[in-house]
Design a protein around this ligand. Sequence first.
Ligand code: SF4
Ligand code: SF4
Length: 158
Amino acid sequence: MGATLYELKAAAGALLKGFAVTFRNLWRKPVTEHYPDAPVNFLPRYRGIHVLQRDENGLEKCVACFLCAAACPAQCIYIEADENTAANRISAGERYARIYNIDYSRCIFCGYCVESCPTDAITHGHGFELATYDVTALLYRKEKLLEPWPPQRTSAPV
Ligand code: SF4
Ligand code: SF4
């Protein structure tokens, strides 16, 4: 008998807690995005399509160390490195990424590449419109990932 009363009390308590949450949210402003009719409001740490960053002089921050590719659990980053020369300086380091591809048909947006990068060269932007019928269009090359130079006001890297 005592055990049944205890269970009834616990169930009533759980029900009341549930209804309290419901009623609290009844009066809150709904969080509804009206995409595509209105721009989406992203939280600052949203992990969208990557951006390859430049330094204040416009040089690419990527020094082709391959750490991001090594950290990627989906193995979707492909890099080919090349040497900087006095006549052709692309990054501030010894090497730069001549080729830097990300295959978004495999990327799981885990952020490991961003965390592993020693120069903050790769970050997540707020791009998210990846849907396509053509899987080859999901292979993003460096030219598409690289921050434009001179900088544009619309780019929003994290
Ligand atoms: S976000 Fe994750 S899966 Fe995507 S490229 Fe970076 S490490 Fe790889
Ligand atoms: S993006 Fe960063 S981690 Fe990846 S190769 Fe370039 S410098 Fe290294």
